[in-house]
Write a protein that binds this ligand. Structure first.
Ligand code: BGC
Length: 731
């Protein structure tokens, strides 16, 4: 009887549903997002729900065809839009219409200390992602630079949480205006490539909250990131792609993140953890051995059939499932299903201009004795360019960020174009590094073979240097294995190949030597006192040669500053000094705690080769006296900055704060503000910094974030080691 009644009620319901079909609210973009998500969720079968939580190909996940919910397409990131790969493989698909603009590496963007450049970057790369019909851009990367050996530092934004946090926000906001989600990576504590799938980061809570999390928090709360990528390694014994504390407790509960957690490719390992510990979308899981039971390898993903089986027999919770589905639906509605998207564009003149501009603002003039730069073509008729990096294309290589750039101007070509016949440019190789011409089927078209021995190469460079007015040595790293590259760390902090020898030999015969370092990492410079000029040019992308020529010739006045410390040697870095960096250990204890980068150097009183925040200009700036006044519940610091030189320039005015009395030891000082100001020759501008209460807090493992009363000092200067004015205030 009871059964008959229930059946009859079911029939009635079915009839009434057929008679008055519910409007498909989820398709109505004028409805609030959450209402649409709930509507879509209510219509999905169990199989459809699980169906959107894992990959269907190397870079895409399925939608719900029955409901007209489209697939999601992801792409690397973070410096340009990766060329298409085959459905199931890492190999290139060989398309002819997937070449892009390569933007400068994120270290360069961070070195610009310009939120305006970050917005321009996000807008431009977002437009390219849109044009290529991608929904999720796998970037930006904001892992903290803990050691100069980390192979992927070039994809990140330096050693300081405040700088990385501020610099990632405009990038994120502008990308997402294109209906393309960012996927901020690699959350979190992924600070080395060596053993990246296996090492457990042992980090105390203070370092976690003060150093390693803030940039991600800013990405989520200020940037409004729609997705985030879990990291490969482990924390507290759990992989970071399914880590209850980091994903559920901190990201979702503490920070209120409403987007989707996407696994790094192949970062999901344990089904139960993948289900309960905060992962929403599983990508890139290796299928070896997993597919024996199911026809399709993707069905064998942890969040596919194994999950469905657990849901069907009641081992897995429906609430947890629905939370995941809501998050992936939100991501989908914000991107693939957003009908109000711009067209986008690929490799447009504007994008190339943007790449050149960002590069020009990020290049850092590290040393400029005797004003060797900018080049004075009145007095310089013979320029010798030495070094493999002058002729090598750098937009390929290094792992997942490798690109197929539609055009790439190498340094030598950029110089030749800019100088024309105003001076003679000759070239010498100097050393042979990596002969690789093709990377993942992208052919750079440059044959780098050279039959000469090391001795012959050096002898030829020296002979040419004797005849030159100035020598420009282009060296550094080159994204080869064991250098700036994904998947393993650098072999050493020294320059690879015979570069140090070549520089030494050249300086013996020519006094006018400028070394240009192409890298995303600090390198040792044993020859530093022998050269007049040093420029950090980073990996600059499509417009590398043009941007470098702009700076060398003074068309652009350099204004970048270092986003990380250049220690003299590895042991001057905290992790290395404490023997707390391990390439092959399953456990890496971050013994230096909060003392990362300049925080370590200043605590130990170690003079770096070049300090955090350092960078020169072709003009000079004078700082007035800083004044401090109350402003709401915080403070306001103001000062005048004057361009005392003869040409326009940009100065990055930096604010650091030290806590003079506190119950826990604090760093000597910490970056809490920066302003990039453009000043005409002779011009003065007033610079103002707001200091909020949050900026004065530290993380006490017992109590959480605390603000302690007492004396603080605001230090304002041109670099962490070049403070020009200080002012005290009492909270
Ligand atoms: C990298 C990610 C990248 C993904 C997809 C992984 O190996 O760690 O940064 O986005 O591959 O290419």
């Amino acid at each position: 009887m009871k059964h008959t009644l229930i059946a009859a009620a079911g029939l009635l319901l079915a009839v009434s549903c057929t008679n008055t079909p519910k409007t498909r609210i989820y398709l109505d973009e004028s409805q609030p997002l959450e209402v649409r998500v709930e509507d879509a969720l209510s219509r999905m079968t169990l199989e459809e729900k699980v169906g959107i939580l894992h990959a269907q190909s190397k870079f895409s996940s399925a939608g719900v065809p029955r409901l007209g919910i489209p697939e999601l397409w992801t792409t690397d990131g973070p410096h340009g839009i990766r060329p298409e790969v085959k459905w199931d493989e890492w190999d290139q698909a060989g398309w002819t219409n997937d070449s892009c603009t390569a933007y400068p590496a994120l270290t360069c963007l961070a070195a610009s200390w310009s939120e305006e450049m970050s917005a321009l970057y996000g807008k431009s790369i977002g437009e390219e992602a849109r044009y290529r019909e991608k929904d999720v851009l796998l970037g930006p990367g904001v892992n903290i630079y803990r050691t100069p050996l980390c192979g992927r530092n070039f994809e990140y934004m330096g050693e300081d949480p405040f700088l990385a946090g501020k610099m990632c926000v405009p990038y994120i906001q502008e990308v997402q205006k294109n209906g393309v989600a960012v996927c901020v990576k690699h959350y979190a504590l992924n600070n080395q490539e060596a053993n990246r799938h296996h090492y457990n980061a042992v980090v105390d809570d203070r370092a976690l909250y003060e150093i390693y999390l803030p940039a991600f928090k800013a990405a989520v709360q200020e940037g409004g990131a729609w997705s985030i990528m879990g990291a490969y390694n482990l924390f507290e014994g759990e992989h970071l792609c399914h880590n209850d504390r980091i994903l559920n407790k901190i990201l979702k509960e503490e920070w209120g993140f409403d987007g989707a957690v996407i696994s790094d490719w192949g970062g999901t390992h344990v089904t139960e953890e993948a289900i309960t510990n905060g992962l929403d979308l599983e990508m890139g899981t290796g299928t070896n051995g997993l597919d024996s039971k199911y026809g399709n390898s993707y069905d064998a993903y942890h969040l596919a059939m194994p999950y469905l089986e657990r849901l069907r027999d009641g081992r897995a919770s429906m609430d947890v499932l629905n939370d995941k589905v809501r998050r992936v639906l939100r991501l989908n509605f914000r991107t693939a299903m957003n009908s109000n998207k711009p067209y986008g564009s690929l490799n447009s003149p504007e994008h190339n201009e943007a790449a050149r501009k960002i590069a020009g603002e990020g290049i850092v003039l590290l040393k400029n004795e005797n004003n060797i730069l900018p080049l004075d073509l009145e007095k310089t008729s013979k320029i010798l360019v030495v070094g493999e990096n002058a002729i090598k294309k750098m937009t390929v290589g290094g792992g997942s960020s490798s690109l197929k750039a539609q055009n790439e101007c190498t340094p030598i070509v950029g110089l030749q174009e800019a100088i024309g016949d105003k001076a003679q440019i000759t070239y010498q190789r100097g050393y042979v590094g990596d002969l690789l011409r093709t990377y993942n089927s992208v052919d750079t078209g440059i044959d780098l073979t050279d039959p000469r021995t090391e001795e012959e190469l050096i002898a030829d460079a020296v002979a040419a240097a004797k005849e030159a007015d100035i020598v420009l040595f282009f060296g550094g790293l080159n994204k080869s294995k064991g250098q700036d590259a994904e998947g393993r760390d650098r072999a050493a902090m020294a320059l690879p190949y015979a570069q140090d020898k070549v520089i030494d030999a050249i300086t013996e015969v020519n006094k006018n030597v400028v070394v240009l370092i192409v890298s995303g990492n600090a390198v040792e410079m044993p020859w530093i006192d022998k050269v007049d000029g040093v420029v950090e040019t980073w990996f600059l992308g499509s417009q590398a040669g043009h941007a470098i020529a702009d700076v060398l010739l003074g068309k652009v006045n350099p204004s970048g500053k270092l986003p990380f410390t250049f220690p003299v040697k590895l042991e001057d870095n905290g992790a290395h000094a404490l023997n707390a960096y391990h390439k092959d250990s399953l456990s890496v204890e971050y013994k230096e705690g909060i003392y990362v980068g300049y925080r370590w150097a200043e605590k130990q009183n170690i003079k770096p080769l070049f300090a955090f925040g350092h960078g020169l200009s072709y003009t000079t700036f004078e700082y007035g006296e800083a004044k401090c006044s109350k402003s709401g519940s915080g403070y306001k610091v103001t000062l005048n900055v004057t361009n005392t030189g003869a040409r326009e320039g940009k100065e990055i005015v930096q604010l650091y704060i030290s806590d003079e009395e506190s119950s826990l030891e604090r760093p000597v000082k910490e970056l809490k503000g920066f302003k990039k100001v453009t000043l005409a020759a002779g011009e003065t501008k007033k610079v103002t910094f707001e200091i909020t209460e949050d900026m004065l807090k530290f993380y006490d493992p017992e109590k959480g974030w605390v603000l302690e009363k007492g004396k603080f000092t605001a230090h304002v200067g041109a670099a962490s080691d070049d403070i020009r004015t200080t002012v005290d205030f009492t909270k």
